[in-house]
Ligand binder design. Sequence first.
Ligand code: PLP
Length: 423
Amino acid sequence: MVQTDTSETRALRLDADDPLARFRREFLIPEGAGGQPAVYFCGNSLGLQPRNARRLIEEELDAWARLAVEGHFHAVRPWYSYHELFTESGARLVGARPGEVVMMNGLTANLHLMLASFYRPAGGRTKILMEGSAFPSDTYALQSRLKLLNLDPAQHLIVLHPRGGEENLRTDDILAAIEQHGRELALVMFSGVHYYTGEYFDLPRIIEAAHRAGAFAGFDLAHAAGNLPLELHGWNADFAVWCSYKYLNAGPGAVAGCFVHERHGKDPSIPRMAGWWGNDPSTRFRMHLNAEFVPQPGAAGWQLSNPPILALAPLLASLEIFDQAGMAALRAKSLQLTGYLESLLDQSPPGRVRSLTPRDPERRGCQLSLCFERGGRELHQALTQAGCICDYREPGVIRVAPVPLYNSFHDVWRFHRVIEQHV
Ligand SMILES: *Cc1c(COP(=O)(O)O)cnc(C)c1O
């Protein structure tokens, strides 16, 4: 065991040296025990409120009050083109080109839209490969899509589990499964970071293997967007979806993201579930005179409805912060912050706490999923009482996400102090 300096002084020094420390002040942190700010380690579930969110929502409420329908064109940020405010920042977030990303709907709705376009079973190519113990909504979406097509999920959905006694999937095993099922695969669909174990999958290699097998590769980036630098365009992903209320801090039920690779975005022949907001804007308002759907190029061509402006406003506040901080700098701090947490936990007596998350920092984002030998639930209660907010999942797993935008090294130190007293 490597000896670690567990002193509070060290934590405070790390904060003093942190070039991103100022971003903590851009967020509203709930109060914890004794009036101190809580140690908020639940950003993987619901990110904190950016200070600017309220102002941006109020500006739209004012525009609505003053301008009513005229707000579509005459608000400071005209509602008609409001979604275009995310063209650049949304693309930067996931390593896409402008036009490849649109913010719309919820994650699961976007997943269904993407499945309609990119899961098109034909001939012997009918199967979908996904990771095991996935977030239930993803499993439900895939199963229900299969049933809509009269295909039996038991036969057409291949679910990969880690080897016996292991917590994480090995990349080689994923690649081997893709190769093994090669000619039967229509789609390889994975999460970016596994919501439960925190494993970050090797997206570029999965994409490459899927394409070599002749299948599409799509991703649910709910736990990856805003957590890790992504290169969706360069990696050649076919599609991706994510929500904006976890690491993206855009508020409960926030408007989600959707990526469609340029090579598909410029192909109007791709079948899709269409709506008027996906139509070419130059003919959109010809209304019933324009009975034939003409998709606009890019991910925007998958939009259905005119966007919910009040719900999009906090996302604008959030992405401005991401642009200021930059994903590369956030990742650098994240590696340090989660590494610091891990090094403190390593000081615990052997066997008392074990992490389900890969130890290799390249194979994870900021989250560690901690499994306690006994008393996980009691420990979670003690943490809550001490003002540490993190989540508990049966059987005995506490997921903690030190978020580089607003968590400090001192937060990690305070969290560990509670752990120390209980394990
Ligand atoms: C959070 C999460 C969801 C939630 O779906 P919504 O449609 O946003 O409610 C889905 N999938 C994964 C992997 C998640 O982590």
